[in-house]
Design a protein around this ligand. Structure first.
Ligand code: COA
Ligand code: AMP
Length: 637
């Protein structure tokens, strides 16, 4: 195997040669005309002319070469007390039958199908079944409210929606079907059919003619894989942008399969036959890439876990899963480890479990704070590796690629750029200027993105250019700010936009502001992400009431919290709405969100010279203090 340095260099100097070689790991029905079509920048296409099927590469292919009896998927659900294992043969059969059922419902290549499901194996089966018949799936996370689901329905225009009757959160059953019915009611576009998985915990009522029971659909005859172009979309995944309208990130079939399979060995250091566990949700990109597609493309056993790191039943759950299923590598968000550390600071529960198969912990989804990394290193006595990527790229941009041998860990850094990613730090005020080592700027990737990166936004090429490409010509703008040190290590420090990261979940404060502004008593508002010991960040809203409103503040605050939950969903974790007399602004009227966030976080700040009235900052600090911010002071008190 080449060294990291050799592969990294060759991936940038000769991308076609590099990825053309890597692509031999995937089974193609027809070879490509060109590895990279770069004749129409900024739109790049990988493996143009090639044909294949992603589901075939994830399932049938492994059965054909003798992996049929190996577990492909293990569903481990402390929420229901169930553990179910599916071999590659069994999963292939289940997926082929469900795909056959979808085809019988009239779903065909290129049709969109929304999947709104909890963490049950049927969610993965539904995704793979869509891939099998060339339908484009779009999974929507269960913690989103009907209005968010409706926005996605109107954008993706699905012919069908596959849903579970309910999701299970500790202490409560969330009935998905009424949420789905409401979303379809709100949406302008209406799906022709819905397929509903009735879970024993809750029986959903069905709408005659439109709704079909999962079991009936899954009873169909198995259907073979449909050939698709490498450049055809596999899925659309909506992610938070800077407004309330989410962005429909498109993923292709061919480039995605090539990059994801490659990443399993090179980034995560695992081999076919190994057990890989991404403790996330299929509603997020981590779930798409590292619960479903990559482990299966690589012939691994993947764990689909329905539970939380704590409380299901306790902070030893992760250790139990690692032991019981002989997990070699675990991938989760730092917040999961903060939750475990909070409940079991000494890591006492670890002593009860056998860790002999466990090799590496990977963290991503938010900045990995050094305290959490050190705690995990000490308690697990294994490498704890931060790595950095996003929905748009689909797989890691920055990592300590253990497949090549581990590089020294620098706390707070996801280590080095991964092959295919030419990462630069650009001056935000002058895109032609690159920052020197150690200087903070906007992190950008020189185009083209490697295979697997988004080719565009769903039916929105202009939005793709405007959001990611226009600001720094020739580059993809990640939206993250940070620096590269003199050893080439990446440091990801903050977002350059209004996206925040709450418990590893990506949310738009702009979207929350739109909701608050829709309340009849609100004249103006601002939402920002404030430091939180468990979730990394939580949103805090500031509202100025309209003149003449003299209702009790507590009532309005409760309504605002409920409104965000109703419009965006519980996942927004919006619990604090502070009423202020005015918002600090520049003389040109721009709200000074950055300064407010610094006050809330207890960070030093400079009063901007352009502020129209510096006194407002004292008022903001007082209101924050009365709500217990900064958090450090809350702890000290
Ligand atoms: N369906 C419906 N509601 C959901 C949901 C789902 N799939 N997922 C979360 N929610 C709800 C939660 O019940 C919670 O509701 P509440 O306000 O009534 O308490 C709310 O959304 C916020 O969820 P979350 O921020 O996840 O908080 P939590 O207290 O439930 O759990 C952690 C905190 C840290 C344990 C949890 O976030 C976690 O395990 N994170 C791991 C990281 C992860 O999965 N990251 C994904 C990207 S890698
Ligand atoms: P998502 O698209 O939901 O995966 O969120 C991607 C965003 O999460 C990135 O743009 C970063 O802001 C943040 N992020 C992900 N991983 C890391 C990491 N390892 N360090 C710092 N930030 C991260």
């Amino acid at each position: 195997m080449a060294s990291y340095e050799e592969d990294y260099r060759s991936s940038l100097e000769d991308p076609e040669g590099f990825w053309g070689d890597v692509a031999a790991e995937i089974s193609w029905e027809k070879p490509w005309r060109k590895v990279l079509n770069d004749s129409n920048p900024p739109f790049y296409r990988w493996f143009e002319g090639a044909e294949m099927n992603t589901c075939y590469n994830c399932l049938d292919r492994h059965v054909e070469v003798g992996r049929g009896d190996q577990d492909a998927l293990i569903y481990d659900s402390p929420m229901t007390g169930q553990i179910k294992k599916f071999t590659y043969s069994e999963l292939t059969d289940l997926v082929a039958r469900f795909a056959g059922g979808l085809a019988k419902l009239g779903i065909k290549k290129g049709d969109r199908v929304i999947i709104y499901m909890p963490m049950v194996p049927e969610a993965a089966i539904a995704m793979l079944a869509c891939a099998r018949i060339g339908a484009i799936h779009s999974v929507v996370f269960g913690g989103f409210a009907p209005k968010e689901l409706a926005t996605r329905i109107d954008d993706a225009k699905p012919v069908s929606i596959i849903a579970g009757s309910c999701g299970l959160e500790p202490g409560r059953i969330i009935e998905y079907k009424p949420l789905l019915d409401e979303a379809i009611e709100i949406a302008g576009h209406k799906p022709v059919t819905c397929v509903v998985l009735q879970r024993p915990e809750c029986e959903a009522s069905m709408i005659e003619g439109r709704d079909h029971d999962w079991q009936d659909v899954a009873a169909a005859d198995p259907t073979p894989c449909v050939t698709v172009a490498a450049t055809d979309p596999l899925y659309i995944l909506y992610t938070s942008g800077t407004t309330g309208i989410p962005k429909g990130v498109v993923r292709d079939n061919g480039g995605h399969a090539v990059a994801l399979k490659w990443s399993m060995k090179h980034v995560y250091g695992v081999d076919p036959g190994d057990v890989f566990w991404a403790a996330s949700d299929v509603g997020w990109v981590v779930g798409h890439s590292y619960i479903v597609y990559a482990p299966l493309l690589h012939g691994c056993t993947s764990i689909l876990f329905e539970g939380k790191p704590v409380g299901t039943p306790n902070a030893g759950t992760f250790w139990r899963v690692i032991q019981d299923h002989k997990v070699r590598a675990l991938f989760t968000a730092p917040t999961a480890f903060r939750a475990i550390k909070q409940q079991d600071p000494e890591g006492k529960l670890l002593a009860d479990y056998d860790f002999s198969n466990f090799e590496t912990l990977f963290l991503a989804g938010e900045r990995a704070d050094p305290d959490t990394i050190i705690w995990a290193q000490q308690k697990l006595d294994r490498p704890v590796l931060d790595h950095w990527w996003q929905t748009e790229t689909g797989w890691p941009m920055g990592a300590n690629c253990v497949g090549y041998g581990m590089k020294p860990v620098k706390l707070g850094s996801p280590t080095l750029p991964v092959a295919g990613y030419d990462i630069r730090v650009i001056d935000e005020h002058d895109p032609s200027h690159e920052m020197a080592a150690g200087e903070i700027g906007a992190i950008a990737v020189k185009l083209p993105l490697p295979p697997g990166g988004l080719p565009t936004l769903w039916e929105n090429d202009d939005g793709y250019i405007k959001s990611y490409l226009a600001d720094i010509p020739g580059f993809y703008k990640t939206g993250d700010a940070g620096f590269i040190d003199e050893d080439g290590y990446l440091f990801i420090m903050a977002r350059t936009d209004d996206i925040i990261n709450v418990a590893g979940h990506r949310l738009s404060t702009g979207g929350m502001e739109e909701v608050l502004a829709s309340h009849e008593n609100v004249a103006e508002c601002a939402v920002m992400g404030v430091k939180d010991e468990l979730k990394g960040q939580v949103p805090v809203g500031f509202v100025v009431l309209s003149a003449g409103v003299n209702r009790p503040a507590g009532d309005i605050q409760k309504e605002l919290v409920a409104l965000v939950r109703q419009k965006i969903g519980p996942v927004a974790a919006f619990k604090v709405a502070l009423i202020v007399k005015r918002l600090p602004k520049t003389r040109s009227g721009k709200i000074l969100r950055g300064v407010m966030r610094k006050i809330a976080d207890g960070e030093p700040f400079k009063t901007p010279a352009t502020i129209d009235d510096p006194e407002i900052l004292n008022e903001i600090a007082e209101v924050l203090a009365s709500a217990g911010y900064p958090e450090e002071e809350k702890k000290d008190a």
